[in-house]
Design a protein around this ligand. Structure first.
Ligand SMILES: Cc1cc2nc3c(=O)[nH]c(=O)nc-3n(C[C@H](O)[C@H](O)[C@H](O)COP(=O)(O)OP(=O)(O)OC[C@H]3O[C@@H](n4cnc5c(N)ncnc54)[C@H](O)[C@@H]3O)c2cc1C
Length: 304
């Protein structure tokens, strides 16, 4: 590390952590330590940190960790996880909500329901944060976060703040064309009033559909692969006889075979072996290369 630990502590105090175990930050409950984990409390502090690091270390950002597999060797650079100070919802105008990027989708959906604001119902089913959800353009039941977005505020790794309007961003299925090195800080959303009863009904309907079709209370990061143009990833996986595959305690969910699961005691390497084997088997049978929806970060554990 080029930076003295004592200097970083002096500058960023209780918001900086060294060799922090990342497994508790991922829904898989897997992954080695981060060399540096930084949890900024304000935009100013994040800006100072980025200026201080001056692009000399690799930086990645974690939201709620519900779509990220962290490798067993951890992350040798800096992981930035926005602190709860970035979790807020403000109605800044009658028709506009401003939401901090660390806000959980479920909390945003609940706020919208309580205030009879429509089109946030689907977010009740997504266990991510607003920042991760914009990055992934997450969605379900025919909705995506880009449908309700007005603009995003972000910071680049040089510490420059930018505001990007929705119409300047090309959103695609589970992604967008923004540079990978942007950290989203907040977003503005259309707040359209509607019928509170209908909103609650929709949330209940989505939640039941999710419960019926997907596993819950397990260590998973949701869908592993993206659906293809003509077929759902789970159909291809099932049709390639992969649903009973396992490596150690890394298994495929019986309820939804695009959900890979740490049954307790798996390693990230086991999950990756499962990913690679499934991908190969699907390719052998269908000549289709499945693309990962899951993000993978970090390094493999070194053999000693
Ligand atoms: C049980 C379960 C069900 C799920 N169901 C769905 C579903 O129905 N639909 C769906 O689309 N997804 C689903 N997911 C996947 C996941 O919840 C979404 O992709 C979610 O939006 C990821 O948000 P996150 O904050 O957890 O992101 P993370 O996993 O923390 O990060 C994902 C990506 O976003 C980036 N990122 C995170 N925060 C920021 C930020 N502030 N600025 C810039 N980049 C950032 C990360 O660097 C990473 O590349 C499910 C996952 C689980 C575990």
């Amino acid at each position: 590390m080029n930076f003295k630990k004592s200097e970083l502590i002096k500058k960023f105090g209780k918001n900086i952590f060294f060799q922090e175990d990342l497994s508790k930050y991922s829904w898989f409950n897997l992954g080695g330590p981060a060399n540096i984990l930084f949890k900024p409390e304000s935009i100013e502090q994040l800006k100072n940190f980025l200026n201080y690091i001056n692009n000399s270390l690799e930086i990645t950002c974690l939201g709620a960790g519900s779509n990220t597999l962290i490798r067993d060797g951890g992350f040798s650079g800096v992981v930035i996880k926005l602190s709860p100070k970035f979790s807020y919802i403000k109605q800044i105008e009658k028709n506009i909500l401003e939401v901090g990027a660390a806000t959980l989708d479920k909390n945003l959906s609940r706020y919208a329901a309580e205030n009879s604001i429509v089109n946030f119902e689907f977010l009740s089913c997504i266990p991510g944060s607003v920042g991760g959800t914009i990055k992934m353009n997450s969605g379900c039941y025919g909705n995506e976060i880009s449908d309700i977005l007005i603009s995003v505020q972000a910071i680049d790794l040089k510490g420059n703040l930018i505001e990007i309007k929705r119409d300047k961003i090309k959103f695609i299925y589970r992604g967008n064309n923004l540079p990978d090195d942007l950290i989203f800080l907040s977003a503005r959303f259309h707040a359209k009033n509607g019928d509170g009863n209908l909103i609650n009904k929709k949330i209940k309907k989505y939640s039941k559909e999710k419960k019926d079709s997907q596993p819950s209370q397990i260590k998973t990061c949701g869908s592993t692969f993206k659906n293809t143009k003509n077929k759902k990833a789970w159909e291809l996986i099932k049709d390639s006889n992969c649903n009973l595959l396992s490596f150690g305690k890394a298994k495929i969910s019986e309820k939804h075979c695009n959900f890979f699961v740490n049954e307790g005691g798996a390693s990230s390497e086991d999950i990756e072996k499962l990913i690679n084997t499934v991908r190969q088997k699907v390719f052998d049978k269908h000549k289709i290369k499945l693309d990962l929806e899951l993000k993978i970060i970090g390094e493999n554990k070194k053999n000693v």
